[in-house]
Design a protein around this ligand. Structure first.
Ligand SMILES: [Zn+2]
Length: 380
């Protein structure tokens, strides 16, 4: 029997390590918090022989950590991709979502997306290192700091580290019932601004050109662009505008989220959104933004690595199935677009990503740690 199957997994100890990083709040724009998570992660690699390198991104974001587990073996191999940031603002831990355990469910900010999964991958590697075994391929970990902001600052670093690798393992959470993600929608992000003319709403409303009214029409037009059959969704998620109740609003802005399944839909929708324009006189419309993530399409390389993972899962004792195409973007999208065999959704099982009921399942620690370890040991 091979090692990832036979060595006992101490799920309680792994949960304690997960708890330690969950209890450091690290929303993407809180660089100090993200960096404290980074330091906690770095200490996990002490005495494994791994070489850690910390890299700065921007002044406002946390750093990125790269860990070469076997620096003597050079380039190539497996890249394990994780993010340390969460969407939960500071105060969530002491307020709406404290760390707590309720039966099999363990709650906490970012515990499912993705501090749980990140720690499973580290645990899997430490089990290999502590047993003095070596993997067939060299392993590199990359922990990024702005995934929840579409990875604008880390994308180049992810692509640089992925170049030349045979495989990428992404520790994003597993989907309903431990499923693996092999196809995923792409994402676009846009800001639309209308500018009219201010006026006193009571005294001379006819002089004004209301930017809010103008954008209201555009909001409905965006809603109408949805196409369920083609998997195209649009969402106006933010709106800001106006200065006072009794003033005709001069300016208004909305932020628009776009999701799509293929690049043809992406360019078509991008063109449609960029062409949006108020039909009202005296209103200037500007549209900025772009496609931020390509779709993650199930292709041959992904099929092969999935088949290997499914075989390992079968030995461990569970059936690995793929989740249908999901709407959430991930850093795995970049590496799939580079043609690298990428498996996403290898993290903990649970539910409620980005909500106040976010939780992982304690029972998923053991099989998912074994799966990650099996992939690290077997991939060649
Ligand atoms: Zn995530």
């Amino acid at each position: 029997m091979s090692s990832f199957l036979s060595d006992p997994v101490d799920s309680e100890a792994i949960l304690a390590d997960i708890r330690a990083v969950v209890e450091i709040e690290s929303p993407s724009r809180h660089a100090a918090g993200v960096n404290r998570v980074l330091e906690a992660i770095q200490s996990q690699f002490a005495s494994t022989g791994a070489v850690c390198k910390r890299e700065k991104t921007t002044d406002t974001l946390g750093d990125i950590l790269r860990v070469r587990c076997d620096p003597a073996r050079g380039e190539g191999g497996i890249l394990v991709l994780s993010h340390m940031d969460t969407v939960h603002p500071v105060g969530t831990l002491g307020g709406k979502l404290p760390f707590r355990r309720d039966g099999d469910r363990v709650y906490g900010p970012g515990i499912y997306d993705m501090k749980g999964g990140l720690m499973l991958a580290i645990a899997a590697f430490r089990r290999i290192a502590q047993a003095g075994r070596s993997t067939k391929l060299p392993i590199t970990f990359l922990f990024t700091s702005d995934e929840e902001l579409s990875s604008l600052a880390s994308r180049n670093i992810i692509e640089r580290e992925a170049r030349g690798k045979q495989y990428v393992l992404v520790t994003e959470p597993a989907r309903d019932g431990g499923k693996i993600v092999t196809a995923r929608k792409g994402v676009g992000a846009f800001v639309i601004r209308t500018k009219g003319k201010p006026a006193h709403a009571g005294r001379d409303p006819g002089q004004g050109r209301n930017a809010i009214t103008a954008i209201a029409e555009i909001v409905l037009a965006i809603e109408d662009m949805q196409d369920a059959a083609r998997g195209i969704t649009t969402n106006v998620g933010l709106i800001t505008g106006g200065t006072a109740r009794n003033t005709v609003a001069e300016e208004c802005a909305i932020e628009v989220d776009l999701r799509f399944c293929d690049m043809t839909s992406a360019s078509e929708m991008e063109a449609k959104i960029k062409a949006l324009k108020s039909s009202r006189p005296g209103i200037a419309t500007t549209v900025t933004g772009k496609i931020t993530r390509p779709p993650f399409e199930r292709e041959r390389g992904v099929e092969l690595i999935f088949a290997k993972a499914a075989a390992i899962a079968k030995e461990i004792g569970f059936a690995l199935v793929t989740a249908p195409r999901v709407g959430g973007g991930s850093d795995g999208d970049f590496t799939v677009a580079m043609g690298i065999a990428t498996l996403d959704g290898l993290g903990v099982d649970g539910d409620g990503a980005h909500t106040n009921y976010e939780h992982m399942l304690f029972s998923s620690i053991e099989p998912r740690t074994r799966l990650l370890q099996g992939l690290m040991e077997r991939l060649e």
